[in-house]
Design a protein around this ligand. Structure first.
Ligand code: GLU
Length: 289
């Protein structure tokens, strides 16, 4: 059993984090396995080193200890690049030069098309990309690349799905096998203009590299699992099991997150709450403070 907690250091540790971490930590400790800590700081605009330090400090304060060194994604960019190069070498990626505004204009102009492309329809990550740069004339594409025009790398979803032998699914703890439908994302971005690789690529790369066998995370990331299973199949990476936990809700029934006024763990500790009380809050076995 190898589990992990993989926060992005974009803020202080909060109860939702603690729930994911605790679930992974317990599963590993009960099975005599390993619990890993990984810092997913691939987005330079949103991540800050002081949050990383604070997250580690708060986990320690709660008694959630991890095994081995912390993997920090920003230190492994060449590894993600290699994975992208492999996909590109198989013709599964293309450069996308579009700005958000251009994408919105193209969606408005072209209307919607039939499934599975469904450009413009709301996918789990927003409107599905209309495929403008997938259809770019090769000479035009080469010219813009040679000119150093900033671009993202998108997965050619139809081409990627065509490489599969059958439908995709994953094992959700306690629920059996669940079917995936990655087509609803359209051509997802695997490397952004402003970040060298995307969450989807890095998380699946690292889960494979680190031998993670059970992924514990919030229900909000369930949809992303469809993309993750696709990437695992494309890259020949092993398939972990998944346990998506319900999101913590505040007394008003809304998602308990920092923006809703929920206090970060360090403030709860400062208020005098014991680590045990904070773990109980995170698991929903005590009413929110
Ligand atoms: N880094 C992601 C986040 O903080 C979570 C990654 C995962 O557990 O798959 O939202």
């Amino acid at each position: 059993m190898v589990t992990r907690f993989a926060p992005s250091p974009t803020g202080y540790l909060h109860l939702g984090h603690v729930r994911s971490a605790l679930q992974g930590w317990r599963a590993a400790r009960r099975a005599g396995g390993r619990f890993l800590l990984r810092i997913e700081d691939i987005d330079p605009a949103r991540c800050r080193p002081e949050y990383r330090a604070a997250i580690e400090e708060d986990l320690r304060a709660l008694g959630l200890d991890w095994d081995g060194p912390v993997r920090v994604q920003s230190g492994h960019l060449a590894e993600y690049r290699r994975a992208l190069d492999l996909l590109a070498g198989r013709g599964l990626l293309y450069p996308c030069f579009c700005t958000r505004a251009e994408i919105a204009r193209e969606i408005a102009r072209s209307g919607t098309a039939p499934h599975p492309a469904r450009p413009g329809e709301a996918g789990p990550e927003g409107p599905v990309y209309p495929g403008t740069c997938r259809r770019l004339d090769p000479a035009e594409r080469a010219r813009r690349l040679a000119a150093g025009e900033p671009h993202a790398l998108r997965l050619d979803m139809a081409a990627a799905l065509a490489t599969l032998d059958g439908p995709l699914s994953y094992e959700e703890q306690g629920r059996g096998r669940l079917r995936c439908d990655p087509a609803r994302f359209g051509d997802v971005v695997l490397a952004r203009k402003d970040a060298p690789a995307s969450y989807h690529l890095c998380v699946t790369h690292d889960d494979a590299l680190q031998g993670v066998t059970l992924v514990t995370r919030g229900e909000d990331l369930r949809a992303a699992t469809d993309i993750h299973r696709l990437l695992q199949m494309l890259m020949g990476w092993p398939e972990p099991r998944y346990a998506h936990h319900p999101l913590l809700l505040g007394p008003d029934g809304k998602r308990l997150a920092k923006r809703d006024g929920a206090k970060p763990v360090r403030e709860l500790l400062r208020d005098g709450l014991s680590p045990g009380a904070i773990l109980a809050l995170a698991e929903g076995t005590a009413p929110p403070a």
